[in-house]
Design a protein around this ligand. Structure first.
Ligand code: GCU
Length: 674
């Protein structure tokens, strides 16, 4: 009650809920499927029959008397309508969908597969019940599709309840413990299943004192959350502090090769599995931004990861070891150090050293979730390591859910990037360790603060299932589900305000891939020199003559040489480097002519004026949809557009004024710059 249904409003159940369905099979997730169908039927007058034929292989009522059959079969079990190839190796999460003789059939050999098959039918709506359809096999590209919540159990004095959270408090934690009423957590699991996400990490990667205890004496809280998510096939993971043995009263050190430390972890993990039998594993931020790690003991990150992997292995758990390791106490005077190099320098040489159940979790770009970064060279550099891609659904650097910024196109570009060149595999295929997003969800009634930011969560789920999917098709799916029976004018309006919103955001913020220029600390709004003389390694080096970071091998930090295939050469020279990344890779004069034909400084002026005009236009389009959107949702978005317009103008005027004053070059079109 009072919570937005997001992409599962009741109307999406009408096609299925008004028909006759057989749910065939047994197990807890089959019960979930049955419950969902039964609820839809109760609303729309259909009927659901519960069968166990699939499980037992015994004949029941002929399938032809149902409109829809959702059937769980055992490997090699009966399944007249099913694709033998898929059933031979269906995977726990795949399903076959087909239609003949007036019956739509979904067959799966794993319970999660059946659940995903159900939501597939929901997405298809009436189309699921039309014509004939030859058997189609569906299965996810990767088995781990995860959301990391940067939620604190106790409210942190600086970061609050949710670090980089823009959607209220935590969905999981309140007043120092797990929320008493887990109804919303259950609802969250349901939304996640409906877009294909199967794992959640429930606490911040910066593991403070209170949160460290979730591993041991507070594991009961984790178990309650896991119980609420489990019926929707979502496994629970924990972020752990590498120094847990020390923090929690175990051995006095955390050396990963110390026998007592290893035994302490093995024992802690046994305790976790006793409370959460299907526990997913750990997420670890080590030797990063002040978090403890193996470097303290002169050990490698593989040593650290493998110690935790060894503790988890007997129980089927995985350790997600983050590659976000860099020196956050850099000297801004020293132009030879380069934060962008750090992950590759730390991890590329460790390829082949990680345990089978260790995943290296790599941010999509080398810096930190900027609106534009090159794809991290780490993603193509460790062929013998299970690598996961980490993206940021929470909009830390992309408008903090006050600005509309649909990230589907950016994520899709990352997943389609081919680190080895056009004949090599795409990142989406190389990411055998899975897909991870930092969640943008909190206890806000719209889940994501900005109602349109729900599109980011949904798009992430669907892209993690199928990384080469066309993002605009996913957005249309989201629109169709979230706004069922929407008038064409609403569909067009939503497309208009969302499609180009990432590029619009890029236009009015930091130019040409240079990044940051945000206000320090909270990272909202412009601060051109906000980090310029800081220790964080995020500089743009603007002076009176030019701007950008020389990361070439010939004259710069050498970062460009971390790429293989054609990329090292392409990025090496300002002549071949793509415009949008020019200032990430090169320091150029303001008069440098881009491949667009404009000079760098004129590009800065033009894009900042354009970006604001585009936001003003989007606000106008949204205002025109008032009669088609529920008032509360319309008002929430409209109010955020006011802030987005205000903030975008601030960006425009600060950035343009800064570069006019630095360069002395006037705008060719004589617009107002201060
Ligand atoms: C960013 C973010 C931090 C976060 C870090 C991480 O730097 O600002 O809040 O802890 O990323 O990914 O670990």
């Amino acid at each position: 009650a009072g919570v937005d249904p997001a992409w599962l409003p009741r109307e999406v159940w009408r096609p299925l809920g008004s028909r006759r369905t057989l749910v065939d099979g047994s197990g807890p997730l089959v019960e979930t499927v049955h419950g969902e169908v039964a609820a839809g039927c109760a609303r729309y007058g259909g009927a659901v029959v519960r069968g166990t034929r699939g499980a037992r292989g015994a004949p029941g009522v002929p399938d032809g008397s149902y409109d829809l059959v959702l059937r769980l079969v055992h490997h090699g079990g009966a399944g007249r309508h099913t694709d033998p190839a898929l059933l031979a190796s269906p995977g726990e999460e795949g399903f076959v969908h087909e239609r003949s003789g007036g019956t739509t059939t979904v067959t799966a050999s794993g319970q999660r597969g059946l659940l995903y098959g159900l939501f597939h039918v929901v997405r298809l709506g009436e189309d699921a019940f039309r014509g004939d359809r030859a058997p189609e096999a569906h299965r996810p590209a990767t088995e781990l599709r995860m959301l990391d919540h940067w939620d604190n159990v106790a409210v942190h004095p600086v970061m609050g309840q949710v670090e980089r959270g823009y959607a209220g408090g935590s969905l999981f934690w309140r007043d120092g413990s797990a929320v008493a009423d887990l109804e919303r957590v259950r609802g969250y699991g349901r939304l996640l299943a409906a877009c294909g996400i199967n794992a959640v990490s429930v606490n911040n990667v910066n593991v403070h004192e209170a949160e460290a205890h979730l591993l041991t004496d507070r594991v009961g809280d984790v178990a309650r959350i896991a119980d609420a998510l489990r019926p929707y096939g979502v496994r629970t993971h924990l972020s752990v502090n590498f120094a847990s043995p020390v923090l929690l009263g175990g051995p006095a050190c955390a050396d990963p090769l110390d026998a007592a430390v290893r035994e302490w972890w093995a024992e802690a993990v046994r305790g976790v599995y006793a409370a959460v039998p299907d526990f997913g594993g750990f997420v670890v931020k080590a030797d990063s931004e002040g978090q403890p790690g193996p470097f303290t003991y002169g050990r490698s990150h593989a040593d650290g990861a493998n110690m935790l992997a060894a503790a988890l292995a007997p129980h089927g758990g995985t350790v997600h070891w983050r590659a976000f390791v860099y020196d956050h106490r850099q000297d801004w005077r020293d132009r030879s150090s380069d934060r962008a190099r750090a992950a590759y320098d730390h991890f590329a040489t460790l390829d082949g050293e990680f345990a089978d159940n260790a995943v290296l979790q790599v941010k999509h770009g080398p810096m930190d979730f900027q609106v534009r970064e090159p794809v991290s060279p780490v993603l193509g550099a460790l062929p013998r390591t299970r690598v996961a891609v980490e993206v940021q659904a929470t909009q830390e650097y992309t408008g903090q859910q006050r600005h509309v910024c649909w990230l589907g196109p950016m994520w899709s570009e990352v997943l389609r990037f081919r680190p080895g060149g056009e004949h090599g595999s795409a990142v989406g295929a190389l990411a055998r360790g899975g897909m991870v997003a930092v969640s943008n969800v909190g206890d806000d009634p719209f889940w994501t603060g900005h109602p349109l930011a729900q599109a980011n969560l949904y798009t992430f789920g669907r892209l993690s299932w199928q990384p080469d999917a066309e993002p605009r098709r996913i957005l249309d799916e989201w629109i169709a589900l979230t706004f069922p029976s929407a008038a064409d004018r609403l569909v067009d309006g939503l497309r208009t305000v969302l499609h180009g919103s990432w590029r619009t955001y890029e236009k009015y913020t930091a130019p040409l891939g240079v990044g940051f220029m945000v206000q320090p600390g909270h990272h909202y709004g412009p601060g051109v020199d906000g980090y310029e003389y800081s220790p964080w390694g995020t500089y743009h080096f603007a002076d009176r003559d030019g701007i950008g970071v020389d990361r070439s091998a010939a004259t710069g930090t050498g970062y460009a040489a971390q790429y293989s295939g054609p990329w090292a050469e392409l990025y090496e020279s300002p002549g071949s480097c793509p415009d949008e990344l020019l200032l990430f890779f090169h320091h150029v004069p303001y008069g440098h002519v881009l491949s667009s034909g404009r000079t760098v400084v004129q590009h800065i002026y033009d894009t900042h004026f354009e970006g604001v005009a585009e936001v003003e236009e989007a606000r106008r389009v949204w205002a025109g949809l008032a009669d088609l959107v529920e008032p509360a949702r319309h008002a929430r978005v409209a109010e955020r557009y006011e802030e987005q317009v205000r903030c975008a103008r601030e960006w425009r005027d600060q950035v343009n004024s800064y570069f006019l004053r630095k360069s002395g070059v006037a705008d060719e079109r004589g617009r107002t710059i201060y």
